[in-house]
Design a protein around this ligand. Structure first.
Ligand code: SOE
Length: 388
């Protein structure tokens, strides 16, 4: 019997467009899928670039008209992988058109937009995912199961630092991530969103925060083309400079609803040498875990019950049979990469289409993250603890 299929439209042809395309193309080739995604149309701004992306990434068609694409009768799922300012209008339109929606993180550029988007998908009754990709790392999914089974006991501390260094060079041009009108915020909404969600995913809802943020480089050269994070600073210059009106780094303390856990967060793009160092440390009454994305296939585990002569952090390969998602890939310790997180996202979303209770992060989770980031911005201004 022919497999059921769902037609997907992707909006975005850059970094996330590429990652989502790969995930959609691979998922049914590696996972046993009752429903298969069909890569119908990719949508971008520039006709030539979008046609090239369709060919390179494996889409049937290319379009530069996102409104028309979202309203096509033959489209079942809309994947929003565009820059931040487009998440809100596209998601509202897709919900109105009754499409299931995948939206990259952060959900929106501000709290009001996130509330409206979440309201819209609830009203439309469509499946909706916010792409917090690191939840889909087998090691992180394993840590979540350990915590749920009480293997770490009461959690005393959650520590997360997400450090990058791609804009340390003041000559790096002013791209969309460095402007409030397109990104909503800087490091906070980009990578601070990931570690905020990670706390929600593993520990519990953040209740109050005490925060501060900093912009180290306050103006940058305006490049002659939309500089992406992969762009080197050798791009041709327009000679003009533009103001950076978002944060380069955000740090905050947090308390957790209904628990005694203390949480600390650091998100920065000014940590030279840290390329994509997304690191969590959790310390509990029965044991501790440490995981970082730059070494994503393993996590360190300390079990308080180990006999004294062998106590210490052990490296656990989250690639053995039985670890989440490993059924699709390779034998133990043959390892997977960043791109597999997006295949896992697509696996969960597509196999759970239409279900009420789902395992993946939804717009509700995106909204919960947005509420925390709003409190971080309020606390930075008030210099006091702020309730989420
Ligand atoms: C840039 O900071 C970025 O591309 C983030 O936007 C992604 O969410 C993260 O996975 C990698 O770094």
């Amino acid at each position: 019997m022919a497999k059921k299929t769902v037609n997907v439209a992707l909006i975005g042809t850059k970094f996330m467009g590429k990652a989502h395309s790969n995930g959609l193309r691979q998922v049914a080739r590696f996972f046993d899928m009752p429903v298969e995604p069909v890569m119908k149309v990719i949508c971008g701004r520039n006709p030539k670039e979008t046609a090239a992306a369709a060919k390179q990434f494996g889409w049937e068609e290319a379009s530069t008209d996102w409104k028309a694409v979202i309203n096509r009768k033959d489209i079942d799922v809309v994947d929003i992988s565009s820059s931040g300012e487009w998440h809100h209008p596209m998601a509202i339109a897709a919900a109105k058109a009754g499409k299931h929606i995948i939206c990259e993180k952060p959900l929106a550029n501000n709290l009001k937009q996130a509330e409206q988007m979440t309201e819209a998908v609830k009203k439309a009754g469509v499946s909706n995912m916010c792409g917090f990709s690191y939840r889909f790392a087998p090691a992180v999914a394993t840590i979540k199961k350990m915590i749920q089974k009480g293997e770490l006991g009461e959690l005393y501390h959650f520590r997360a630092c997400y450090q990058q260094d791609w804009i340390v060079d003041p000559e790096f041009p002013l791209n969309w991530r460095l402007q409030k009108k397109t990104a909503g915020s800087g490091t906070l909404g980009d990578i601070g969103a990931h570690i905020t969600d990670m706390c929600h995913n593993l520990v519990g809802p953040i209740d109050s925060v005490c925060a501060t943020m900093r912009t180290f480089v306050t103006e940058r050269p305006i490049a002659d083309s939309a500089a992406t994070i992969a762009a080197k600073t050798g791009q041709k210059r327009t000679g003009k400079k533009g103001k950076v009106d978002v944060d380069d780094a955000a740090i905050f303390l947090a308390t957790i609803k209904g628990s005694r856990t203390l949480a600390t967060f650091e998100a920065t793009r000014f940590a030279p040498g840290r390329r994509n160092y997304n690191c969590i440390e959790i310390y509990g009454s029965k044991g501790s875990v440490i995981w970082n994305q730059e070494d994503m296939n393993v996590f360190q585990y300390y079990n308080c019950a180990d006999p004294g002569h062998v106590q210490g952090f052990r490296r656990v390969h989250a690639t053995d049979p039985g670890h989440p998602y490993t059924q699709a890939w390779w034998p133990s310790a043959h390892i997977i990469g960043y791109e597999h997180l997006f295949t896992h996202e697509m696996y969960d979303f597509i196999t759970q289409l239409g279900k009420k209770k789902v395992t993946y992060p939804t717009f509700e989770d995106g909204l919960a993250c947005q509420r925390v980031m709003d409190a971080v911005e309020r606390s930075t201004k008030s210099k006091r603890w702020e309730k989420v």
